[in-house]
Design a protein around this ligand. Structure first.
Ligand code: NAD
Length: 257
């Protein structure tokens, strides 16, 4: 997809990867750029910088998604590219409070469902439309120490994949962005995430460049860390060996459990 004269919405656009995508998209001359975030101040700063418009939205709320989409379309016309990027990450395991699962599920998965519910009928009628889902390499592999994150990101990839299969022939394009670690505030909250990122942590603008290439090629999987493709293949080729390798990695990185 060529982004010139297109109407674009980026959720979670006030920070990190979303803000970097908005900055990169602005260079392409879109007809309208909407920066949506639960943090209106952050979204407004990015909107001022990119010539976009900020909209306050908690994307885990179905009504807020509807209002966001209606608000963007009222202002600029039909949305061409919707980037369901807002997400949260944290460490957690099977002992975590059930409310943690609900919260992560609402933001990392259901926000995509709520958006698709309002976008897909119009896109099928028009014969075009593009959904970019920010999942994670954790959605293809796993994220040590982060059960909820791994599970919800797998679900995000699964939903994107299902949409791509179901509506691809109707002209709807879908991409799943699956980076490993990226230097954003999401990492700041967790020593374990920071440790896991190690030397392969990318800067948000590098991810935004990979997204631009992926959108131009209209590729389903966008992998800013190219090595993820090999890890994914290794997992499919020999699941037992891959599990053994992940256990070994866990022992090495977290020797004290
Ligand atoms: N940083 C990484 O290492 C990494 C790696 C892979 C995938 N991701 C994914 O990238 C996406 C963006 O994360 P980031 O690293 O840029 O983090 P970030 O914390 O810098 O940005 C996330 C943005 O989402 C907003 N947000 C949070 N909850 C929201 C809600 N309910 N409604 C609307 N906005 C909300 C936040 O206010 C923030 O501006 C997430 O989906 C994350 O899971 C991040």
């Amino acid at each position: 997809m060529d982004l010139e004269d297109k109407v674009i919405v980026v959720t979670g656009g006030g920070s990190g990867i979303g803000a970097a995508m908005a900055r990169r998209f602005a260079e392409e001359g879109p007809a309208g750029l909407v920066i949506a975030d639960i943090d209106l101040g952050a979204a407004t700063e990015v909107a001022e910088e990119t010539g976009g418009v900020a909209i306050l939205a908690d994307v885990s709320d179905p009504g807020a998604n509807e209002n966001l989409i209606l608000g963007a379309e009222e202002r600029f016309g039909p949305i061409d590219l919707f980037c369901a990027n807002a997400g949260i990450g944290m460490v957690g395991d099977e002992q975590s409070d059930p409310s943690t699962w609900d919260r992560m599920w609402g933001i990392n998965v259901m926000s995509h469902v709520h958006a698709a519910r309002h976008l897909i009928p119009g896109w099928v009628a028009r014969g075009e439309g593009y959904l970019l889902v920010t999942a994670s390499a954790a959605g293809l592999l796993t994220n040590l120490k982060a059960a909820q994150y791994s599970v919800t990101k797998h679900a995000a990839v699964a939903f994107a994949e299902w949409l791509a299969v179901t509506y691809g022939e109707a002209g709807v394009k879908v991409s799943a962005l699956c980076p490993q670690f990226v230097n954003t505030p999401l990492l700041e909250g967790s020593e374990a995430f920071k440790t896991l990122g190690g030397n392969s942590t990318l800067e948000p603008h590098q991810v935004a460049d990979a997204v631009m290439s992926g959108l131009q090629e209209e590729k389903f999987l966008i992998l800013p860390h190219p090595e993820v493709e090999k890890f994914f293949q290794n997992k499919a080729n020999d699941y037992e060996r891959w599990l053994g390798g992940m256990r070994k990695l866990q022992r090495t990185i977290f020797p004290n459990g």
